[in-house]
Design a binder for this molecule. Structure first.
Ligand SMILES: *[C@@H]1O[C@H](CO)[C@@H](O)[C@H](O)[C@H]1NC(C)=O
Ligand SMILES: *[C@@H]1O[C@H](CO)[C@@H](O)[C@H](O)[C@H]1NC(C)=O
Length: 209
C-alpha cells in the first residue's frame, strides 16, 4: 500500500500521461487529415474498377477512390495503399543505411499454371496479367505448368587434350526440373557418364516479366 501522498502524486502524473496521449492522438489525427478539407466527391478522379489493375482503394482522406498499388510498388505512406490480395510489408532486404521501406506483397505465394501453359509466380501476377491483357486467364493447376525439358543454352561438345581442365555449363528449362548430365567420349569411342556437381541454380519464372 502506498502512502496517500504518493498515490495522489501518481494520480496527477496519470492525468498528465492521459493528457499527453490525447494530445499525441490529436496530432496524429490532424496529420492524417491534413489538407483534406471538405470532401467534394465531384472533384474526385473518375475511376472505376476497370481503371485499376488491383482494384479501388479509399484515398487518405477517405473521400475519393484511388487505384490500389500493384505488387512490388511502395506503400510507405497513406497515399500508397496496396490493392486486392496484396499486403503492405516491410522489405526484409534493406541495406543498413536505408530508410525502412514497405512494398506491396502478394498474400499468396503459390506458383500457378494457367490454361494457356504459362506459369505465374502467384495469384496477384495472374490477376494483373489478366487485367492488362483484358482477358480472363483460366487456371489449369496449382504449381508450375509441366513442360518438357529443353536445353536453352549449353557449352555443347568440347574437345580437350588429356589433363586439360574443362568447364561445362548448360541452361535448361522445364518442369519437373530437368536433370542435366554430360558424357565423356574417349578417343577409342568409349563412353563414361561424368559425375554432375551441384552447381545448379533453379529459377522460377512467373508469367511475362
Ligand atoms: C478510367 O477509364 C475510362 C475508360 O477507359 C477512361 O475514360 C478514364 O479517363 C479513366 N480514368 C482515369 C482517371 O484514368
Ligand atoms: C475488354 O474486353 C471486353 C470484352 O471482350 C470489351 O468489351 C472491352 O472493350 C475491352 N476493353 C479494352 C480496354 O480493351
Amino acid at each position: 500500500m502506498l502512502p496517500t501522498g504518493k498515490e495522489k502524486e501518481i494520480a496527477t502524473m496519470m492525468r498528465y500521461v492521459v493528457l499527453i496521449c490525447a494530445l499525441a492522438a490529436c496530432v496524429a489525427w490532424a496529420a492524417e487529415h491534413e489538407n483534406c478539407g471538405e470532401c467534394d466527391r465531384e472533384k474526385c478522379p473518375r475511376l472505376t474498377e476497370a481503371n485499376c489493375t488491383t482494384g479501388l482503394v479509399h484515398d487518405k482522406c477517405q473521400c475519393c477512390f484511388a487505384c490500389g498499388r500493384e505488387e512490388g510498388q511502395l506503400c510507405n505512406n497513406r497515399d500508397e495503399k496496396c490493392g486486392e490480395d496484396l499486403e503492405c510489408t516491410f522489405r526484409e532486404d534493406p541495406r543498413l543505411d536505408d530508410q525502412p521501406q514497405a512494398t506491396c506483397v502478394c498474400k499468396y505465394s503459390e506458383l500457378l499454371c494457367a490454361e494457356d501453359g504459362r506459369t505465374f509466380r502467384n495469384l496477384c501476377q495472374l490477376m494483373a496479367e489478366s487485367f492488362r491483357s483484358n482477358t480472363t486467364i483460366k487456371l489449369r493447376s496449382r504449381g508450375p505448368c509441366r513442360a518438357a525439358p529443353k536445353v536453352i543454352s549449353s557449352t555443347g561438345d568440347m574437345v580437350v587434350d588429356a589433363g586439360d581442365e574443362l568447364m561445362l555449363a548448360c541452361e535448361s528449362d522445364g518442369y519437373p526440373i530437368p536433370v542435366v548430365g554430360w558424357t565423356y567420349t574417349g578417343a577409342a569411342g568409349s563412353f563414361i557418364n561424368l559425375p554432375v556437381d551441384d552447381h545448379m541454380a533453379i529459377q522460377a519464372r512467373g508469367g511475362p516479366e
